[in-house]
Ligand binder design. Sequence first.
Ligand code: DX5
Ligand code: ZN
Length: 218
Amino acid sequence: MKERSVLINPSILASDFSDIRSTLELISSLDLDYVHLDVMDGSFVPNITFGPKFIKDIRKHSDLVFDAHLMIENPEKYVSAFSSAGCDIITVHKEATRHLNRVLNAIKEEGKEAGVAINPSTSVVEIENDLSLVDYVLVMSVNPGFGGQAFIPQSLKKIKQLDEIRESEGYEFRIMVDGGVGLRNHHAIREAGADILICGEAFFRCEDKSAFIEEMES
Ligand code: DX5
Ligand code: ZN
């Protein structure tokens, strides 16, 4: 893997699912390491995408780090299915489970990296008790469910808070930011302390993807 100060993590939600193999090859050819897989159940969020079967099928065609963002109710029911499907990172929403600590431990027990995501209305303090356990914190900078929405500026404050807690407590989680991330706001997001920028529309709608990545990493 290339040493990078910030990781660009393309979200396939903005891509054509019928051409998924080319999409995965494209991401690898750009020397990126991660691909973000948005799983939606039509209940936690008002949209439906795909489940473990789809991930298992595409796993055969890619060695990218599979970063599954589960926007589903009661994710504890499906940890084992997403783990067996070949996800490397499994991120669950704080708002989707009554027992966050239990589900995060279940992910770790599967030998996977665990992430916790928070919606725009959820405060950092609500996940503070589990920050020593997680590998990633995903700050939703739009309301989850759809690509192409506008970045909510208040998210910057949460990224800074997380970065400060990480520093003061000596935690090692990485901060992912998801929703409306692109060339207009990447500097501010990184300055706030983010490590991984998830990009849907901004990445897939861009003609010159190498130039986009270079600019986002600058
Ligand atoms: C939204 C998803 C995001 C989405 C981001 O609920 O979690 O990953 O794909 O898309 P953009 O970058 O277009 O906002
Ligand atoms: Zn996502």
